[in-house]
Design a protein. Sequence first.
Length: 333
Amino acid sequence: MKAGNCPSAGNLRGLGLIARAMAQNRISHAYLVTGPPGAGKKQLVEKCAVFLLCQDPDMDPSHPSACGTCSSCRKFQRGVHPDFLELKPQGRYIKIDQVRSMQNMIAFAPLEGKRRVVSIVSADKLNINASNALLKTLEEPPENTHLFLAAASSSRLLATIVSRCQALPLDQEKEVLGRNFASPASDQASFFLEYVSGCSRELSGKMLEDGILEIRETLFSFLCSGKKKELFFHTSQRIGRSRQALDLSLTVLNTVTRDLLLLLSSDFMQDRHLINLDKASELIKLAHGLNYDSLMKYRKLLEKAERYLERNVNPGMIADALLIFWIKEEHRY
Ligand SMILES: [Zn+2]
C-alpha cells in the first residue's frame, strides 16, 4: 500500500518509529497520537496498522511501507481484516460494552497473522466506564496485540491511560485545538464544552441552547454545598425536569466523576488536565472528602442511570437517585 489517503503523504516519523521498533522486536502494546482535527491522526494509525499486519513490509528505514499486495494488505484495504479492530463512538461515546467485546476478541490469538491491531481514533470519546475498562487491557496487554489511541489532546484522557501509551509523533503539528475553537460561551467553560461536544461547534451550540452550562452550575452548587438536603428538591427538579435535561446532567456528572478520579489517582497532581478546568478549586475540595471506592460506585450508578433513561424511566426518579448518593456520602464523614 502506498502513502494511503493522507494528503501530505507524510507521517513518516511515526511510521518510522514503528518500523524501527518492529526491526528490534520491541513494538509497544499501546501508542497514543495527539493532534487537532485534520492533522492526520487516523491516517497515521491506519498506516501503522496496515504496516504491522502486512506479511511482507518494506523495512527501508527512510521509507517504510506495507507491500500493498499480500492477502493481509488486500483484506485491510477492503476493510475486512479480521485482526484489525476499530472502536468508534456509538452515539456520543465509546461505551464499556464495546470495550468489553473488544477484550473478549483479543483474548484469543490473532486469526490471520502474527499480530492484531486495535484502533481507537476517537479515544477522547471513551466514557469514564469504558476508559477504566480499557485501562485493564493497557495494564495487562495480551501478547501480539497493539492498541493505537488518538485524541485531540492527551488532557482529554485519563492520566493513567496516557501514562501507559507511548507517544507517536505526527509530522504536522498544527495549532493546539483549544486556541482555534471559537466558543460563544465564556472562556471559563471552554475546555468543558470542547470535551462534551467533541469540538463540534454545532453540537456545542445546541448544548448551550439546551442549557448545559446552567445545569452544570446547578450541579456544582449542589455538590459543593454543605447543605445538600436543603438543595435536593430544587436541584432534582432542574436536572430531572425532562429527558433532555437529565441526559445533559449525566454528561456533566460523567465529566465530574472523571475529574475526581483523575485527582484522586494522581494525588491532585493533574489538575491542569481537568475537563472542568474552570472548576478546579471546587473539584479539589470535593475530592478531599471522597474516596476511590465511592467514586467507582457512583460511576456504576451513572451507567445504570444511562440505561434507565434509554428505557424511558421517569427522569425525575433517576435524578433523585443521582443526588441522594451524594447526600448519603456527605453523612459518612
Ligand atoms: Zn502486505
